[in-house]
Design a protein around this ligand. Structure first.
Ligand code: HEC
Length: 153
């Protein structure tokens, strides 16, 4: 029962979404509360939990890649800013949660791309909708890994 309330608590953070077309950083800030549990409030990462979001090329680089991993999750060692990072766990995707809409993922992406020292363009809801469609052949819980995003030599 406790567990159900916990899940409900997490969900309710995502249910108060406003309905603007372009990603909204202020709304995204509220919706990234759960991300901070692994990545830190200051975006610097937390030891053994999640790597940095501040100054990470996964955040400020390709918006398609960012949206893909937010929807489907990410696992196994990755390269962040040219350095190898080996996670102790994986990052679950938000796509399996029907309460999290494309709008929410746009807001979250927009917020992390514009917060701390990051200064990358906003992500629109239409982009998230497109990527969700393009990747709809992935099964639930099928996470991405670095091999899906070959590092350019
Ligand atoms: C349960 C812990 C956890 C939560 C919650 C979580 N992440 Fe992650 N995240 C991880 C881990 C672990 C990795 C590294 C995965 C890997 O190396 O394969 C990661 C990787 C990432 C990356 C790519 C690497 C980087 O740091 O730039 C981004 C971007 C990201 N997460 C964003 C988010 C956002 C946004 C949220 C909230 C919606 C979130 N994460 C919630 C654990 C988490």
């Amino acid at each position: 029962m406790k567990r159900i309330f916990f899940v409900y608590g997490l969900l309710s953070m995502f249910l108060t979404a406003p309905v603007w077309a372009a990603g909204d950083a202020a709304a995204g800030k509220l919706k990234t509360a759960s991300c901070a549990g692994c990545h830190g409030q200051d975006g610097a990462g937390l030891p053994n939990l999640g790597p940095q979001l501040d100054g990470s090329d996964w955040v400020t680089g390709s918006e398609d890649r960012l949206v893909k991993i937010l929807i489907h999750g990410l696992t196994d060692p990755i390269m962040i800013n040219g350095k190898s990072f080996t996670p102790l766990a994986f990052m679950p995707g938000l796509g399996v949660n029907p309460a999290i809409k494309d709008r929410d993922i746009a807001d979250i992406s927009t917020f992390i791309r514009a917060n701390w020292t990051n200064r990358a363009a906003q992500v629109t809801e239409a982009t998230v909708t497109r990527i969700r469609k393009e990747t709809s052949n992935r099964s639930a819980g099928q996470m991405y890994s670095q091999k899906d995003f070959p590092v350019k030599k």
